[in-house]
Design a protein around this ligand. Structure first.
Ligand SMILES: *[C@@H]1O[C@H](CO)[C@@H](O)[C@H](O)[C@H]1NC(C)=O
Ligand SMILES: *[C@@H]1O[C@H](CO)[C@@H](O)[C@H](O)[C@H]1NC(C)=O
Ligand SMILES: *[C@@H]1O[C@H](CO)[C@@H](O)[C@H](O)[C@H]1NC(C)=O
Ligand SMILES: *[C@@H]1O[C@H](CO)[C@@H](O)[C@H](O)[C@H]1NC(C)=O
Ligand SMILES: *[C@@H]1O[C@H](CO)[C@@H](O)[C@H](O)[C@H]1NC(C)=O
Ligand SMILES: *[C@@H]1O[C@H](CO)[C@@H](O)[C@H](O)[C@H]1NC(C)=O
Length: 309
């Protein structure tokens, strides 16, 4: 019996939880929506174009035409700086990227922060999520086109090219697909290895041998490696995607928000995994020292006992 093995045993189990949550967050509308990887805020899409004539290519006022033709409420939407322009166009206010799918919806109670409704009070109302897929990657052009195709509200005949949707933004994000697939694969690997680490630590509870401890340490190290790699790759994807959107989204007033909670969750999982590894390392050190001093104690007692009797 080795009761101390309960700690790495629990660590292995605990490290699996963030992996599962990272994978399934945003799986269906409203489920852990705050744990998105990155969110595109398209609520004011096209706004910069409309107010800043220097951004509009010479002789190109299609967008203004579309807005003028669409409805009279548009002008007030633009000026009030409170309403969602996306809704007028038949787009969603935001597109949040998760590991297996993306979700879209509207901001409540308003798309824009104001003195009466600070940014912290704005919440997401998810209206739809794409079907989760194992090897998913986010393609903003496809997502927005799908919104335009499926919504009947808003102005008709608007395409992404009408909106001067920057193609660099889409190519920049779809370029991350290999990294996205890699992160998914590493999470699966981390879950499998963490489970093996749990099993071996569990057996180590009942066998005090060095082999079970060594095996447990090995699986704990491998699981930690997979989880740290997954977290690193996912962090790179999140940071890069947000950078791409800030770089090219400005012209069409599209912003990105990094998923701080998602990153905190995945790195917390890595921290728990590290604890399990350190515990087994400590077990080895203490075990070795304990054996040495242990023999000494037995010898001392052996001598001392007859003397005291
Ligand atoms: C219009 O866009 C140009 C080019 O990006 C920028 O330098 C300028 O500050 C913008 N003007 C306003 C009023 O936003
Ligand atoms: C907007 O309306 C005007 C006249 O009503 C029309 O000539 C023009 O083609 C329309 N533009 C678009 C993009 O529908
Ligand atoms: C969305 O983007 C717009 C335009 O950049 C910004 O004014 C607004 O505050 C953003 N909304 C949220 C909820 O981040
Ligand atoms: C969320 O959106 C749905 C559909 O647009 C709407 O029926 C519902 O009232 C909204 N929820 C909130 C809290 O605004
Ligand atoms: C949207 O509609 C256009 C033309 O109507 C079509 O070419 C395109 O494939 C559709 N896209 C999606 C994502 O459904
Ligand atoms: C939309 O496009 C179709 C085909 O190009 C055209 O027949 C229709 O009049 C257009 N609708 C509007 C509102 O511009």
């Amino acid at each position: 019996m080795r009761l101390t093995a309960i700690v790495p045993c629990l660590c292995a189990l605990a490290a699996m939880v963030p992996c599962f949550l990272c994978m399934f967050a945003g799986n269906k509308p409203g489920f852990m929506e705050d744990y998105h990887m990155v969110t595109l805020n398209t609520s004011r899409i096209g706004h910069n174009f409309l107010v800043n004539s220097t951004l509009v290519p010479a002789g190109d006022n299609i967008l203004t035409d579309v807005f003028r033709n669409a409805s009279s409420s548009i002008t007030s939407s633009i000026n009030s700086a409170l309403d969602s322009l996306a809704a007028e166009l038949g787009l969603s206010d935001f597109y949040s990227v998760h590991l297996l799918n993306y979700c879209s919806g509207t901001y409540t109670t308003s798309a824009l922060a104001s003195t009466t409704a600070p940014r912290s009070t704005i919440t997401k109302n998810v209206t739809s999520c794409s079907r989760p897929r194992a090897l998913f990657h986010f393609d903003p052009t496809a997502a927005l086109t799908r919104s335009l195709n499926t919504t009947t509200s808003g102005s008709t005949n608007i395409t992404l090219s009408t909106l001067h949707w920057p193609t660099e933004l889409s190519t920049g994000i779809t370029a991350l697909r290999i990294a996205h697939h890699t992160a998914f694969t590493l999470y699966i690997l981390a879950i499998v290895l963490a489970f093996l680490s749990f099993l071996s630590s569990f057996f180590a509870l009942f066998s005090a041998g060095r082999l079970s401890a060594a095996l447990s340490l090995l699986f704990a190290v491998l699981a930690l490696g997979a989880l740290v790699l997954a977290s690193a790759v996912v962090t790179a994807v999140v940071v890069r995607a947000a950078d791409v959107v800030s770089m090219y989204g400005y012209r069409v007033s599209v912003e990105a928000k990094r998923g701080g909670r998602f990153l905190a969750l995945t790195w917390a999982g890595s921290g728990v995994g590290l604890l399990g590894v350190l515990w087994w390392c400590g077990e080895f050190v203490v075990g070795r020292r304990g054996k040495r001093t242990g023999r000494g104690v037995v010898a001392d007692e052996g001598v001392a006992q007859p003397a005291s009797q």
